[in-house]
Design a protein around this ligand. Structure first.
Ligand SMILES: C[S@@+](CC[C@H](N)C(=O)[O-])C[C@H]1O[C@@H](n2cnc3c(N)ncnc32)[C@H](O)[C@@H]1O
Length: 259
């Protein structure tokens, strides 16, 4: 694990302390969740706290489906073997293992030292904020990112960084939670994530954190908004796919421009 090397040019720099993100959802405003530097501090300390039992709770709360979703996300990159793929917000490393098995060269980045400390992959890791990637422009073939979009303090800046570091023709594959379209599945999902998961998380890890995680979906922009943000950041062929009846969503896109 390393401290971030000096960033490649040009880099936007970290968001100014206390500033609200340029992008806010109506749901986030209604839920009165933190923004700016307050959000970054909360997210980092929460993941530091839940890191030791993160994998166990994750498997239980998704019935192991999260492993399948990461594999689908890795296939959706559609990149050749040997490609350099950054897993942003790599956490304990589940994506890194799958990327390596698929023949890619993975590099993990995460904000939380606790999550990086619990990373069990032996892959190269860097502590960094997604809004300020310590990577040279156009040097990366692909990016994966699992269940972290709603945790970023300024998602538009993170997407701009994706556009800066991914080479033309490179691919991104982003996994996030979503709400199932089907009525019954939607009700079941709500009960599970809002009522049962905080109990499981509380028994095995940190109850406040596992209450916050479902609430944090309020930060997620709509599909149309995500699409516009990615196109503005330099991507085309933006596609959104519902996984397992809409329990998760997979967003893929290709970096515009000539190779
Ligand atoms: C829900 S976990 C997902 C971990 C992993 N991607 C997975 O699929 O299991 C969210 C991760 O995002 C990381 N994270 C949150 N904000 C971040 C930021 N601004 N920059 C980089 N990583 C961040 C957290 O530390 C945490 O490891």
């Amino acid at each position: 694990m390393t401290e971030p090397p000096s960033p490649g040019p040009p880099s936007p720099g970290p968001p100014s302390p206390g500033s609200a993100p340029a992008y806010e959802t109506a749901a986030r405003l209604a839920a009165d969740l933190p923004t700016g530097a307050d959000k970054t501090v909360l997210v980092r300390s929460m993941f530091d706290a839940i890191a030791p039992r993160y994998d166990l709770v994750n498997r239980l709360m998704t019935f192991g489906l999260d492993v399948r979703w990461r594999k689908q996300s890795t296939r959706a990159l559609g990149l050749p073997v040997g490609s350099l793929v950054v897993d942003l917000a790599c956490g304990t490393g589940d994506f890194l293992k799958i990327l390596r098995s698929a023949g890619f060269r993975p590099l993990g980045l995460d904000l939380s030292w606790g999550m990086l400390g619990a990373n069990h992959t032996g892959e190269p890791l860097v502590q960094a904020d997604g809004a300020w990637l310590p990577l040279t422009s156009g040097s990366i073939d692909g990016i994966t990112c699992g269940y972290a979009l709603r945790n970023f303090t300024d998602l538009a800046t993170v997407f701009d960084e994706f556009g800066r570091v991914v080479r033309p023709g490179g691919r991104i594959s982003l996994l996030e939670v979503s709400e199932p379209d089907h009525g019954l599945l939607r009700i079941g999902d709500r009960i599970w994530f809002r009522r049962v998961v905080p109990l499981i998380g509380g028994a095995l890890s940190d109850r406040a954190a596992y209450r916050y995680l479902p609430e944090s979906t309020a930060y997620l922009p709509s599909t149309g908004q995500l699409r516009s943000m990615l196109m503005e950041a330099g991507f085309s062929a933006v596609n959104r796919r519902a996984l397992s009846g809409g329990l998760s969503q997979l967003i893929t896109a290709t970096r515009r421009g000539r190779r």
